[in-house]
Design a binder for this molecule. Structure first.
Ligand SMILES: Nc1ncnc2c1ncn2[C@@H]1O[C@H](COP(=O)(O)OP(=O)(O)OP(=O)(O)O)[C@@H](O)[C@H]1O
Length: 266
């Protein structure tokens, strides 16, 4: 798919398959369109061109009622957890259950406790989001994202604002939650260490294009200059100081790699 804002093309013919029951991570320098990619997939913006398939169903152009049905398969963990600040973690996790199901309060309690247990928050459910750390808010956000038993969970930079040790703990927890639930996880992040620990498949966005996508071991071992530079965090290579600098650079590497992105089906 392709996505533009006015004259600026943010995603240019980006195409890849996400494998069910695996963790797929999309990385890329700041400003390359990772958040726009996630937002477009979950239906916040329509793409100008292309299609998004979930279990074979095309989302672009789908009737509203069908779109709502497909979206019930999605859980989303936003960067800051996106919790309601004035209600407890318990009520935050219960929120989607009260909004979208007819479950009794007793049944809701069971679900909230099961999901909170998965993320290690059972003892803190009475607290308000403002009374717990950023890492705990993220875990509460994940418990809420899991409340309706989604098939696919989207993570928007789950490591943001956390120190390396908390990120390592979060990674272990993500892996175990993914294994227990069998969900498909789709993660956008900058965090290379985190991706090394968690991802089954990795994609790299650069200059609006998906310059590589494949099994984690293959991508991590890639000798391509843009991939090497990104994973080494080096200043030498095609990735510059910001997306404006990148856009001004000669496009040789991008052009070559565009063929890689185009080789995947949508
Ligand atoms: N609603 C919007 N309207 C116009 N331009 C937008 C909009 N959302 C994003 N952009 C532009 O799209 C480009 C990609 O932004 P995006 O936030 O997706 O990057 P990112 O890779 O997620 O960056 P970061 O890692 O810093 O969060 C940026 O140039 C940004 O200014």
């Amino acid at each position: 798919m392709s996505k533009s804002f006015g004259p600026a093309t943010v995603l240019d013919d980006v195409s890849f398959d996400v494998e069910r029951g695996k963790i797929t991570a999309i990385l890329g320098p700041s400003g390359t369109g990772k958040s726009v990619l996630l937002s477009t997939i979950i239906g916040m913006y329509p793409p100008e061109r292309g299609q998004i398939y979930v279990d074979g169903e095309p989302l672009v152009g789908m009737r509203h009622r069908d779109l709502m049905r497909v979206r019930r398969k999605f859980g989303v963990l936003f960067q800051d957890g996106a919790l309601f600040g004035s209600i407890s973690l318990y009520d935050n996790i219960a929120f989607p259950l009260r909004e979208h199901t007819d479950l009794t309060e007793a049944a809701i309690r069971d679900v909230v406790h099961t999901k909170a247990d998965l993320v290690g928050l059972v003892k803190h459910l009475a607290k308000l989001p403002g009374e717990v750390s950023g890492g705990m808010r993220k875990r509460a956000g994940l418990a809420r994202a899991l409340a309706l038993d989604p098939e696919i969970v989207f993570f928007d930079e789950p490591d943001s604002g956390l120190d390396p040790v908390r990120v390592a703990h979060l990674d272990v927890m993500m892996r175990s939650v993914q294994q227990v639930t069998g969900c498909t996880f789709f993660v956008i992040t900058h965090n290379i260490e985190s991706v090394r620990r968690t991802a089954d498949h990795i994609g790299l966005l650069f200059r609006s294009r998906l310059v590589t996508f494949g099994p984690a071991a293959e991508v991590l071992a890639s000798e391509r200059p843009v991939v090497r530079q990104f994973f080494e965090g080096s200043v030498r290579g095609p990735i510059g100081m910001d997306e404006m600098v990148d856009a001004d650079e000669p496009a040789d590497e991008t052009d070559e790699l565009a063929l890689v992105g185009g080789a995947h089906s949508a």
